[in-house]
Design a binder for this molecule. Structure first.
Ligand SMILES: [Zn+2]
Ligand SMILES: [Zn+2]
Length: 416
């Protein structure tokens, strides 16, 4: 069992319970005054309620600060090495860049998933594709991430083999026009994503994007149907898997998904975050191959919480080689039945990384990197309780499957 989880579970602050307790205190303290008759007593009650509410807000903000510091201790804060085999002979580098973004580097092969850095800028204004909205600080952050991932800030020399997109929401695709425009990504690079994503990229950047694999969903496998491998080069291949995007929030028992549509009309220029529909959500299997074409290392990447059997690769493909590393989504886990337990039980990966945990809508990239602001809409303690239970069943007492939660811009080197 991962040591990260143990630490996390021991000291997480349950802000939800704390807030509920305080709100009850405020209501009960005002109740006797409200029960008396007359305008005066109503005013006293309102005043008392108001002042207590201010105190309540102050205490809440202190509670969030406390939670922040608890959080800070228990994510994978610095670059880390993890061994997932008893006597490792090989290694792979996994670099978490925030939301579902990852650089995955094996030898000279670098794959980039769902890059997104503009965080709250995307929420409060037009997108990063509007270059005026890029602050010098954020541009600097992007430089840092790329130089750590590919040893330089721009990709003029084909360092990145392919860009892979799981779905077309703004936090998975919104920065791609900026990255292409500024030379972080090459305009002739291989881009694999769904039809909607292809239309957004062409619409925002123009027709000189020449190497999009249009409609990766056409090659997608599902639990009971075979798919097609898309070869990035002789050493790397990816297989899209039909998946699902769980709802974002639940209000009075009603599950709500934002921007869940598809835009399959060509070349759509997007302006605002909620204009970006998901398209067909995909997960991916990624194989790094040996010289004899056998699988050296297999990664499963998903970007959303999903109901089983969405996101399940065909059993025949897993029989050929199991999943070495599964990247799973933490956000919205509680809006979906049995996520991520179903997919963990099905894949039985050697190691799991939980991504998309941060509160990107209300924080800057630098803020999350420094303070580890998490998304307070979800109680991750519950998530890890679920996972702990499942791994206990799968692992028995000695434990084989481990997992970790990296901070943004953190590299993890896996030895296997
Ligand atoms: Zn999404
Ligand atoms: Zn997302």
């Amino acid at each position: 069992m991962s040591r990260f989880f143990k630490n996390w579970e021991k000291s997480s602050t349950d802000v939800g319970l704390f807030v509920a307790f305080l709100s009850r205190c405020v209501i009960f303290s005002s109740y006797p005054a409200m029960m008396q008759r007359g305008k005066k007593s109503v005013l006293i009650a309102a005043g008392r309620f108001g002042s207590l509410f201010v105190v309540f807000l102050l205490i809440c903000s202190l509670a969030c600060q406390g939670a922040r510091f608890h959080w800070r201790r228990h994510i994978c804060w610095n670059d880390t090495a993890i061994s997932i085999k008893a006597k490792p002979t090989d290694s792979i580098m996994v670099h978490y860049t925030g939301c579902s973004g990852f650089f995955i580097t094996k030898g000279k092969n670098v794959l980039l998933f769902d890059p997104f850095f503009s965080y709250n800028v995307a929420l409060r204004s037009r997108l990063i594709s509007d270059k005026r909205k890029i602050s010098a600080k954020l541009a600097n952050e992007i430089d840092t991430v790329f130089s750590r991932a590919i040893s330089k800030t721009r990709d003029h020399d084909s360092a990145i083999s392919a860009l892979i997109i799981d779905h077309a929401h703004v936090d998975h695709i919104g920065d791609i026009p900026y990255l292409l425009d500024k030379g972080y990504l090459r305009k002739d690079m291989k881009i694999i994503g769904n039809t909607t994503a292809g239309h957004y990229i062409r619409g925002n950047v123009g027709e000189d994007i020449t190497n999009i694999v249009d409609g990766a969903e056409d090659s997608a496998a599902a639990w009971l149907s075979e798919g097609k491998w898309i070869y990035v080069n002789g050493h790397t291949r990816v297989m899209p898997i039909v998946s699902e995007h769980g709802p974002h929030i639940k209000v009075l028992g009603l599950k709500i998904s934002f921007a869940s549509g598809r835009h399959e009309m060509k070349d759509r220029k997007r302006g605002y975050p909620l204009c970006y529909g998901t398209g067909q959500t995909l997960s991916y299997l990624v194989d790094f191959l040996n010289g004899d074409s056998s699988v050296n290392f297999r990664i499963y990447h998903s970007s959303a919480s999903m109901n089983a059997p969405n996101g399940f690769p065909p059993a025949s493909v897993l029989a050929e080689h199991g999943v070495d590393l599964a990247i799973l989504c933490a956000a919205s886990f509680n809006q979906v039945h049995d996520h991520p337990n179903s997919i963990i039980r099905y894949l039985k990966p050697r190691h799991i990384i939980f991504s998309h945990w941060e509160g990107f809508l209300f924080s800057s990239y630098a803020g999350v990197k420094k303070h580890g602001w998490k998304n307070f809409a979800y109680s991750y303690r519950k998530l890890f309780k679920r996972v702990n239970h499942t791994l206990h069943d799968l692992n028995g007492k000695n434990g084989d499957i481990s997992y970790s939660i990296p901070n943004v811009d953190t590299r993890m080197k896996f030895y296997y």
